[in-house]
Ligand binder design. Sequence first.
Ligand code: ADP
Ligand code: ZN
Ligand code: ZN
Length: 744
Amino acid sequence: MPTSTIQSAKAIPGNIPLILRVAVNAPLNRYFDYLRPDGLQSKRLRPGMRLKIPFGRGETMGVLLETTASSELPLSRLKRVIAVIDDEPVFDEVLMKLLTWSVDYFHHPPGEVFATALPALLRGSRPLPSAPEQWRATSLGQAAEPLRRAPRQQALLELLRERGSLSESELPGLFSGWRPSMRALHEKLLVEHSAIERGPAMPSPESPNDISLTGPQQKAVAEIGARHDHFATTLLFGVTGSGKTEVYLSLIRRLLAKGQQAMVLVPEIGLTPQLIQRFRERLPGQLAVLHSGLSDGQRLEAWRMARSGEASIVLGTRSAVFTPMSRPGLIIVDEEHDSSFKQQDGFRYSARDLAVVRARLHGIPIVLGSATPSLESFHNVETGRYHVCELPERPGNVAQPSMRIVDLGAHRSDHGLATPSLMAMHAHLDRGGQVLLFLNRRGFAPTLFCTECGWIAGCGRCDARMTVHASDSQLRCHHCDQRCAIPDHCPQCQEQLIPIGQGTQRVEEFLRKQFPGVGVTRIDRDSTRRKGSLPDKLDEVRSGRSRILVGTQMLAKGHDFPDISLVIIMDADQGLFGTDFRSSEKLAQIVTQVAGRAGRAQRPGEVLIQTRFAEHPLLIDLIRDGYAAFANDALAERREAGWPPYSHLALLRAESPSQEDARIFLEAARREAEKICGDETCLLGPAPAPMEKRAGHFRAQLLLQASQRSNLRKLLGPWISKLENLPQRRKVRWSLDVDPVDLF
Ligand code: ADP
Ligand code: ZN
Ligand code: ZN
């Protein structure tokens, strides 16, 4: 694959055929050369424009990378571009650099990288959207006699007179099927339209910020603000509830006053509706919100507003990192440790890491915020690559919650709740507090078991147990979504089957009986599937109608529950002995994040961590000294073991209906790698994935580990080209994951 530098299209003498290098929307790991279309002025072509091109037997979309005078292929074999779709590039220079950098770094097919970066509606040949128009009545229309024969036109005209003007984005909601009537009114010269001009919002610099910042917050704003005119990465390490969001708001206000735009990336907007609300209420100007819950049309409109500069703030999830901005000034990545910033299939990029690269390309500052920063980010602070600002306390007199271990081995427990935990619940509820129970396992029970012969309900397609779902009497596999009715009897011995272990549904049922009249709310993927149900549930808890909250890790993400005074982590052991070298980091993050939901208002919080391993050094470390101390020790362990950030990984995955084929492909891949790399890169495997069988496919993997990133990069390019031509590849599905987050 040629690594290309972006250049602006130079005027080329007319007699030389102009060759266009194109990222074609196809799963192939290289760029393609085309001839320029007939009769096209070369000056019209600029990198970042979309082209309609012949490909295979059909046509597809490609993005112009550069124009060159020569190709590796003879000119006679090059096809001609059919049409230039855009009058102006869809990607500006910085985005083009970011995307070509991504292609080189992640070794993913360029066409797919470029397509991922576009809103779905622009992945074909649909033209770039223009600003919506607004309609109003003309003076003729203001004075017109009622249109008796055309009641719909009359109604629409009346609506316009009443409202002054209406935009094309508002009209469909107010007057369905408005277009034909509007057209008729337009022909009668009763209405007129014009493009909406929404300039950037400019708050006056001294516009009051309704909260006065604490000392550490002011210091953070001052320090980060001082780096406003160049690239610098700051880790904002603030305990939960310390007011990181207030720091962001304050930084963004300053930026808006200068007419610049801010980009804010968050893990999952659907889970934190109040964040959008807070940004809307506290900041002037338009907010472009981009997340997976939008329709393609809404997404395109948000993208357009960001690109045109009409929106001053871009707030979005992972893929929003590719949103164009006309006046970028600052990027913020909130909860930077969160694994949802990593795309887990297809083009496996890390939005957090790409945000840092993007900020560097723009020459603007970036802030990574978290109460539990990733070990990578701590390491970057240690090596001097990142600055750090700390918010060690919560504003006001709110104390950090106290944490305590509850030894499951030493106490009786009922439905997964040890006696001291139940007693603490009673005490907090009696005092008017609220209780949060965290259990990262949805469903009724994780196992259906025969007490007679030991049979366990397993998934036929995965190496996994079926989870019991009581609400609809089903067994479900949480890995492939296979479902079936709960069998009446053991299929082996006809004896009775019983559900073993706790899921959130079962805990909810138990608590309703145990604490009648208190109100129990469950929040997990099952209970919030219906649109709008999450805000309702959050409201149940915030209003106090419900005082016990049970949920999965959906609860760990940034929700504010001011009256929660007790948090119980029901099963810390799920994370203590994971197969992955990141398991302990993830456990420490989730314990700290969930614990942070306690005592946010004026109630002292208490956190109970239930475990069978009360002596586990990690837990003791975390509880006694906090997350920073844990991170310090965990980094020392990583250094010792040579794991990231002290080494660099790439994972080659293969899956196939045949166990054999996956292994054979990876063995061939390993031999190829051995030919290319010296001993700088360590090859581990092939080995079966931790869950070998999933959805009927056998999965295996080969891990590459290098102490220097440059060694890994030198190997990957040539290696991928070899893999694409291995005969053994035909029987498997394979993918490369650079900087994998999950090693399975
Ligand atoms: P984080 O983003 O770190 O979780 P937030 O910015 O959401 O923290 O702040 C947590 C709570 O503390 C919010 O209710 C917020 O309004 C309040 N808060 C933050 N900063 C201040 C301040 N300087 N003075 C008073 N209250 C504050
Ligand atoms: Zn049995
Ligand atoms: Zn399954």
